[in-house]
Ligand binder design. Structure first.
Ligand code: 5GP
Length: 236
């Protein structure tokens, strides 16, 4: 597979075409954003680490039968992925209250949820990715009810697989965001990335944050946290 023109430049990644219409190349950047792009910065080495972390976690999912877009790591910052059209819905999965759930419902950060919470957001930067429900998804034609059911089922499986895998390295999976894409033949698969940019990871013992919240909240030790997750994953 040969790299061709830049198709899309996002906040944290570039997406390139290749000489094969079934594949694209992701290049992970060091740029970090928070609060819908209002806060911008750089986390030195993040692109390299996130490329590796997402590759490891997508491989874990594939091994457990979860269909993902991941194909192969090809350099420090780059990986080959299957070409998909991204569905305009983010699926959020939460095991413990944090972030916007805590804020919206007045739950203390770290409060255990008695069952898993699933949320959808409409992927729209101008609107700040607003929270929507099943009837919005269907009424706006963002996905069919069947597609949404499938996405939820996959999200639940991912939660089980990743929570168990991370438990072994003393990391609690607090919550995470998923994106899904449709391949050329219409199959729905997991797309985008699974990294400390898209998940909340807390140390199981100290409850210290090992993710993008260190950047969002100016807690310091941001690079160290990303490295810590990568080092622990390597020990698996
Ligand atoms: P919250 O809604 O609490 O801000 O986010 C819930 C989880 O989804 C967190 O792990 C957060 O990092 C992730 N998440 C939510 N929205 C986005 C987004 O637009 N971009 C990224 N990279 N992660 C998100």
């Amino acid at each position: 597979v040969e790299k061709r023109e830049l198709l899309y430049e996002g906040k944290t990644k570039q997406v390139f075409a290749t000489d094969n219409q079934n594949f694209r190349i992701f290049a992970f950047k060091d740029e970090a954003t928070a609060f819908n792009g209002l806060k911008k910065g750089k986390i030195s080495g993040k692109g390299v680490i996130n490329n590796k972390i997402s590759s490891i976690l997508m491989r874990v999912l594939e091994r457990e039968g979860v269909p993902t877009h991941f194909v192969k790591e090809i350099s420090d910052r780059e990986q080959i992925v299957k070409a998909v059209s991204i569905m305009p819905i983010e699926v959020l999965v939460r095991n413990v209250a944090a972030g916007t759930l805590s804020k919206r419902l007045g739950l203390p950060e770290g409060a255990k949820l008695s069952s898993t919470v699933y949320e959808y957001c409409y992927k729209n930067n101008d609107l700040g990715d607003p929270l929507i429900n099943t009837s919005h998804v269907v009424a706006l034609g963002l996905a069919t009810e069947e597609e949404l059911k499938l996405m939820l089922k996959i999200a639940g499986k991912i939660n089980d697989v990743l929570s168990a895998c991370l438990k072994k390295i003393n990391v609690d999976l607090i919550d995470f965001k998923l994106e899904f894409g449709k391949t050329i033949d219409g199959t729905i698969i997991v797309a985008d990335e699974i990294t400390p940019d898209t998940c909340r990871f807390w140390d199981s013992v100290t409850r210290s944050k090992l993710d993008i919240d260190r950047f969002r909240k100016d807690l310091g030790g941001v690079e160290e946290a990303y490295n810590e997750i990568f080092n622990r994953l390597q020990s698996l």
